[in-house]
Design a protein around this ligand. Structure first.
Ligand code: G4P
Length: 282
């Protein structure tokens, strides 16, 4: 599968990130909890060096609860504070302001020593397209939003949103580019819907999905659809298509529809809450 990401976009995105990161105290990186490694751009470690960091595993409501815990532990072991959230649910982010303050404790202490008791913390949300940056910003800002307008030293046009009088959020998220060099990452991004389906070979993608499920969740296809998982991938898709009654006139399997439906089953959680990235050992 060949998924392209244009280098022109990358250069522009990187320049924007570099420009914006200079303005903030803390970089809040959103990842998709179903595929935290695939939705992470490792360049962020370089871009955000010397900044306080927070990782939010968003869409955790769609991910495997067991994996959620393991991913949280994985990032914590790397020394990165990590919190599971569902941006669409305001309850799940109600303590984020406290977490941000904890992450920036050193700066708050430093300020205190210098007699500065209440300086707002400047935050930037970043992540690859579709991880939920806008949803998160909107949920966070619903209460007590106050646009403070341009501030001295801030590039013209940039807006800060003051949240609860405690921190200022740059209202334009930092858009990171995904890493497409590794085919497996491209496939996982496609499966979670981060790549436009129009450019994908859906049948090929459905085979990859079947392989990932067989490997990571053995037995799930069998228990959901009564499919023989010992068969090869092509036969599994055929059997799925028959079981879902997707037949063309004349009774032939409609593999294209079968492929699209199994991917949709995965994305719509009809197969369950599944996470597709493998968790590395630290
Ligand atoms: P972006 O700014 O990073 O590009 O992402 P955006 O907020 O636009 O979110 C992309 C999609 O993901 C949206 O769905 C959004 O509702 C959904 N989403 C964001 N956060 C979460 C979450 O924590 N859990 C779940 N389940 N979904 C989340 P959409 O279908 O593209 O738009 P809409 O129909 O919701 O408006």
């Amino acid at each position: 599968m060949n998924i392209n990401w244009y280098p022109g976009h990358m250069t522009k995105a990187r320049r924007m990130m570099e420009e914006n990161i200079k303005l903030v105290d803390v970089v809040i990186e959103l990842l998709d909890a179903r595929a935290p490694l695939s939705t992470r751009n490792p360049d962020i470690d370089d871009l955000a060096k010397n900044k306080f960091r927070l990782i939010l595993l968003n869409k955790s409501d769609m991910a495997d609860p067991k994996d959620n815990e393991k991913w949280e532990a994985y990032f914590n072991e790397l020394g990165l504070r990590c919190v599971l959230i569902d941006s669409r649910n305001r309850d799940s982010i109600k303590n984020i302001d406290k977490v941000i303050k904890e992450v920036c404790k050193e700066k708050i202490e430093r300020d205190k020593k210098r007699g500065i008791l209440k300086r707002t913390l400047k935050c930037m949300i970043c992540g690859i397209p579709n991880v939920g940056k806008s949803t998160f910003i909107n949920s966070l800002c619903k209460k007590g939003v106050a646009k403070t307008g341009n501030k001295p030293g801030v590039t013209k046009g940039k807006q800060w949103v003051n949240v609860k009088g405690e921190f200022d959020l740059l209202d334009t998220p930092g858009i990171l580019w995904p890493k497409f060099e590794d085919e497996n990452i491209g496939i996982r991004l496609a499966l979670i819907g981060s790549v436009n389906d129009d450019i994908l070979d859906i049948t090929e993608l459905s085979y990859k999905l079947i392989d990932i499920l067989k490997n990571k969740y053995p037995g799930v296809l069998n228990s959901k659809y009564d499919i023989n998982e010992d068969a090869n991938t092509i036969d599994i898709l055929n059997e799925y298509t028959v079981k879902r009654n997707l037949l063309k006139k004349g009774g032939e399997c409609d593999i294209d529809r079968g492929a699209a439906l199994i991917i949709d089953d995965f994305r719509s959680l009809r197969i369950g809450r599944l996470s597709i990235d493998d968790i590395p050992s630290v």
